[in-house]
Design a protein around this ligand. Structure first.
Ligand SMILES: [Zn+2]
Length: 597
């Protein structure tokens, strides 16, 4: 792929806001000059992921991922730098000169474009007056404006519609195959995967088509639902149907409503519940849970009111609770789906059902108790049934409250329930994220750290540090590396662009730079200058002490001859003098101050 000119990269950077970009996948809250949220790169329950709009950077104190808008996309979407740049350019309406064209583009880009091409083809098919998809959707209660709004299409009952559409768009059949749109014939060539089906486009949060769901319209057509398979861009464990459209409603309503099918999701949207999402042919996973938890704390599950629906609800709870989501469960009247309820009783009935959904754990407790709690054995069974779910609740306060409710419901003491929950918790997969504690640091590390922090905040102060003296003062390690890099950049008389410095640093030093760049308490310049002076003095002092100890050690060495002893004593004299100088300069702050810049 051709190189993207620097001025284009700069324009992309200028036109992209890191808070906007990250905000599409992480719910961010303002905190001082940063925005905070749950890290998309590791599992966590309290926010250690920071976004700094001034510097246009992000950093996680938990897992140390950090970077700028480009690296955020590269990391979250597995893109190369050029792919991320092109993607951001497209969002910002910036034209990137195409070099090389089609086949040179990244595989993800090609898959998106194959999907988009096919979506257009499917939609134009549904618009035809003789398309059997039209009457089918009408029977399901969808008006033409719904079809438009949800971008529904139709795959004709033929073997080569997709083959021809992709070929007309000059997209190689191999790409169509990778996108899951085409299947390879044994004797060579390809044929369509989706045939004779109403087609629902599945999009990622950024609105790109990542796959399709297809609903059969023939009575004897199997399977009823057929999705495109997992591809590099379609990860079913994370994908949620309706995501880009639901982002705003989720933010506004403070909840996400999760259903199992495309028609259910559409029925909820038609009833004014825009925060509805559907899984794409899988059960809810912990990846879905993370995806949701980053955007809201409340999830409402909507399931069939029969036994199968209840079991599905309990399974979903297992996936959702550990993320810290507060889950509510609305069970549909037996035999109803959101579609039929909407049709029969109108949007208000559906909205009421969702709004009044009780906490899912209360539902689970009710069901367990309903099977009987008269005998001691039945009591024990009821507790043992619900305990594993309660053990998944991360908040100790919420967990203990549910234990009390379960105890009350079965008529036993809360401590017995709590013991059962503790047992269940111990039996659980201990996949707890290991908290990364503060690294044990000595005083040298601490001083260097303060120095680095002052220099990142006020890069111009770096000229106060004599760069030739530095290597003698500080030993190795990432902090020292970072300080050296900052001092060198100052010596070269250049502005310190964080992203530029990053390229010069080792991974560890780079992480440290990002961490320092995002610390949320501004340091005023005078304080930073004082820190720089103090730190330098401290290092000089340490160096003198080291020398002094060395001299003392060698003076005690019985094998040392008189000449050497005299030389060592002289040196010690000089050291003492320098120490006194250093001490007196400390008495007058800023006495060592440095040529005006
Ligand atoms: Zn993290």
């Amino acid at each position: 792929m051709g190189r993207i000119p620097d001025e284009i990269i700069q324009r992309i950077r200028d036109h992209t806001d890191v808070v906007d970009l990250v905000g599409r996948s992480v719910a961010l809250k303002r905190a001082g000059r940063n925005h905070k949220g749950l890290c998309p790169f590791h599992d966590e329950k309290s926010a250690s992921f920071n976004v700094n709009p001034d510097r246009q950077t992000f950093y996680c104190f938990g897992c140390h991922e950090g970077g700028d808008v480009f690296s955020f996309l590269m990391k979250t979407e597995n893109l190369t730098f050029a792919e991320a740049a092109r993607s951001l350019a497209r969002d910002a309406g910036i034209e990137v000169p195409e070099t090389g064209g089609g086949p040179g583009r990244g595989i993800s880009e090609q898959l998106y474009s194959a999907n988009t091409t096919l979506l257009e083809r499917f939609r134009s098919e549904l618009a035809r007056s003789d398309c059997p998809g039209g009457p089918y959707l009408e029977r399901r209660g969808l008006a033409p404006e719904d079809v438009e709004r949800f971008q529904i299409g139709f795959a004709p009952d033929a073997w080569d519609t997709a083959v021809a559409a992709l070929s007309a768009a000059q997209i190689p059949a191999e790409i169509g195959e990778k996108a899951g749109l085409l299947q390879r014939r044994e004797r060579g060539g390809h044929y369509d995967r989706l045939r004779g089906r109403v087609i629902f486009p599945i999009q990622d949060v950024r609105g790109r088509v990542i796959g399709f769901g297809g609903r059969a319209i023939g009575a004897d057509q199997e399977p009823k639902y057929l999705n495109t398979p997992e591809t590099p861009i379609f990860r079913k464990r994370e994908a949620l149907y309706g995501f880009p459209q639901a982002l705003d409603p989720i933010r506004r309503s403070g909840r996400a409503v999760v259903v199992e099918g495309y028609f259910d999701q559409i029925a909820l949207c038609r009833a004014g519940i825009g925060e509805a999402l559907a899984t794409c042919g899988t059960a809810l996973t912990t990846d879905h849970a993370r995806n949701l938890r980053r955007r809201t704390q409340r999830a409402v599950l909507l399931f069939d009111g029969d036994a199968a629906g209840e079991r599905a609800m309990l399974r979903a709870l297992e996936a959702l609770l550990p993320s810290g989501l507060r889950v509510h469960a609305a069970l549909l009247p037996s035999g109803d789906d959101p579609d039929s309820l909407l049709e029969r009783e109108g949007p208000d009935a559906l909205r009421t059902l969702v709004d009044a959904a009780p906490a899912a754990l209360d539902v689970a407790i009710d069901r367990a108790v309903a099977t009987g709690h008269e005998t001691p054995e039945a009591k024990a069974d009821a507790v043992e049934n619900v305990a594993p779910l309660l053990a998944l609740v991360p908040s100790a306060i919420e967990r203990s409250e549910y234990c009390a409710r379960l105890a009350l419901a079965v008529g036993t003491e809360a401590r017995h329930v709590e013991a059962a929950v503790a047992r269940a918790a111990r039996g659980e997969d201990p996949r707890e994220a290991v908290p990364i504690g503060p690294r044990r640091t000595g005083p040298e590390e601490r001083h260097l750290h303060q120095l680095a922090r002052s220099l990142v905040e006020h890069p111009s102060l770096a000229i106060r540090i004599p760069s030739d003296e530095l290597p003698g003062l500080v030993s190795g390690g990432p902090v020292a590396e970072l300080v050296r890099c900052l001092v060198e950049a100052a010596a070269e008389d250049r502005g310190v662009a964080i992203s530029e410095l990053e390229d010069r640093l080792s991974e560890e030093a780079r992480n440290l730079l990002r961490a320092l760049a995002i610390v949320d308490s501004p340091l005023d310049e005078a304080a930073a200058a004082q820190t720089v002076e103090d730190t330098i003095r401290w290092f000089r002092d340490q160096e003198l002490k080291r020398r002094e100890q060395e001299i003392t050690r060698r003076l005690r060495d019985p094998s040392a001859d008189e000449d050497e002893k005299r030389r060592l004593l002289d040196e010690r004299q000089q050291l003492l003098q320098r120490k006194r100088q250093l001490a007196s300069s400390a008495a007058v702050p800023d006495a060592t101050a440095v040529p005006p810049s």
